[in-house]
Design a protein around this ligand. Sequence first.
Ligand SMILES: Nc1nc2c(ncn2[C@@H]2O[C@H](COP(=O)(O)OP(=O)(O)OP(=O)(O)O)[C@@H](O)[C@H]2O)c(=O)[nH]1
Length: 391
Amino acid sequence: MSRKTDRLAAEDEDSPAVDYWDEEDDLEAFSDAELGCEDGGLGFSDSLNPEVKPRILLMGLRRSGKSSIQKVVFHKMSPSETLFLESTNKICREDVSSSSFVSFQIWDFPGQIDFFDPTFDYEMIFRGTGALIFVIDSQDDYVEAVSRLHLTVTRAYKVNTNINFEVFIHKVDGLSDDHKIQKQRDIHRRANDDLVDAGLQSINLSFYLTSIYDHSIFEAFSKVVQKLIPQLPTLENLLNIFISNSCIEKAFLFDVLSKIYIATDSSPVDMSTYELCCDMIDVVIDISCIYGPADTGSDLPYDKESMAIIHLNNTTVIYLKEVTEFLAVVCFLRTESFERKGLIDYNFHCFKSAIQEVFDVRLRIQKNRKLLSQRRWSKLTTGSGGLISPH
Ligand SMILES: Nc1nc2c(ncn2[C@@H]2O[C@H](COP(=O)(O)OP(=O)(O)OP(=O)(O)O)[C@@H](O)[C@H]2O)c(=O)[nH]1
């Protein structure tokens, strides 16, 4: 069944190198060979530039599964196709921006790269990083990976104490539940002991058991991305208000294309509930792809009218509704609560307007920061003898 993957691909091709004014200096940190990735331009560390997106680094030893994770989560590649992926030999950067909430860059590092080589400006790499995902192959001997994790984390922390360190104990599909927990405990203990020995116990590592063969990789990525969304508490609050007034048991706000949930209400997340939501999104998108209007002018067969209701055989109803061009709310509720659909729809309407306001505030802030940045830039250039003008 074909799925829409073009949007990200199109972005890669269409988006020209972003013109950041410190780009030239930063580019010098890489050799030409390492800069050979498709979408080319690298934009960094202008804290005033709203177009500079938080950076998520994917690091780990060779063949640990970094590129597979990126392809499965953001390109809808089927897990079995990753068997044919070639080893990455360049740093690959990709922009992911499907809504103003989900907007970041992913940098996939080749496993064999020695980024502590003096020719690499690792300070520049870590300076603009929001999250560093370190992938450890759980089916392999992980002693070397754990020591590499320690080296990476300590170097990165020295440059930027605000990085979220996320450890994916990956390829757990081949392991029994007991074995998974045992490995997680062991890796957790070794990694934290190393940090304590180095006097860096203040560094917080988050661990996730992941596999591309189930939903665990999407769930883990959701949590990584959520930490980079400054509006998260507001979104959670809105979802709490929405569900408590509508007799809904659980609600998720999803990025439809990646199936990353960017927020949920404050009740705990049950993995099977999350899996059902992902399946429902797949059903809606796949059916729309196959039977929807042929040419809607949009890459994603998803619009204002998109909605779906599924009655499960356990008196639960799953209700999906469009929130914005790329976001959907998926709710779980009991059949008897769904009888008040009018009330739910009215509350949903209020929720949607509130989300729009959060968007608008963000856009206003971005616009103001852009203006401020431009003003500072023009002051800087006129102050330095008017060397270059960005206009
Ligand atoms: N069983 C299993 N295999 C996986 C999983 N993720 C990736 N793989 C396999 O691991 C192998 C290596 O994956 P890659 O994504 O190329 O690894 P990489 O870390 O990008 O490798 P380099 O580019 O060499 O650094 C591939 O054969 C994948 O199919 C997983 O969750 N489970």
